[in-house]
Design a binder for this molecule. Sequence first.
Ligand code: ARG
Length: 278
Amino acid sequence: MDSLIWMLFLAVKIIFFTARGCACTEIIGGREVKPHSRPYMASIQVNKQHVCGGALITRRWVLTAAHCKEFWKNRKIEVILGAHSLSKMQEEKQQVLEVKNCSPHPQFNWKRQESDIMLVQLAGEAVLNMYVSTLKLPKSTDDVKAGTKCSVAGWGRTNPEIQNLSDTLKEVNLTVIGRKVCNSKAYYNYNPFITKDMICAGDKKARKDSCKGDSGGPLICITKFRRKKVYKGIISTGDGCAKPKKPGIYTRLSEKFLNWINETITVKTQHDNKLSCA
Ligand code: ARG
């Protein structure tokens, strides 16, 4: 009798986990997005496995984090657009595009976690519709002040070795933490050094955060001016996930990076080279 109850309990648990996904594998402390409410979200996949998020910025280019390239070492990379659930292929909504080229920022420094930004050129043009659309780059490169409300989204997982995805797209609201605080002893203590090209964002109780697999996805902030939602950063790094005084670290879309984006897109579009992303 006892074992029967135990088996029943296990079965319920398995059903629950496969249906909901492990709570530890997603954006931390967030919620499922309204399906297709973030039509610019891209899932970057290696051998059909999600590795990073990204944002479609033109019909041919996705902006993501440079460290995402570590996952793909000469393997076939695809970008999925218009997805909500990664397991349920809704072909009429999703677009799967091959990657033609990638340009990690030349100053990307893994150790210092600097310039964690990369452009991915798609082999074809995305068709823009209700499910797939571009996210506008910011017009202003003004800094994001401490206390600014932002949000992030992603299909993140806890461990790159464990193939445990959040099947559906999740989102969470975060608050910007000033650089002075973020660099202070109690926080990151200059390890890494949070530069002007980076943003710290989290929440007071450290319950909300992005996590592994969310990298590359956009940080969208509400500006004071007309309270518009503006693309301000890219999910980059952090010490663990949702740890007290260890908020997520984001690449800021600073003037330097915006200039680099515009230059790269112009140059690469002119010199149409072969399929490669090594
Ligand atoms: N580096 C991670 C990735 O590859 C994202 C880390 C975000 N971490 C955080 N605590 N906010 O997906």
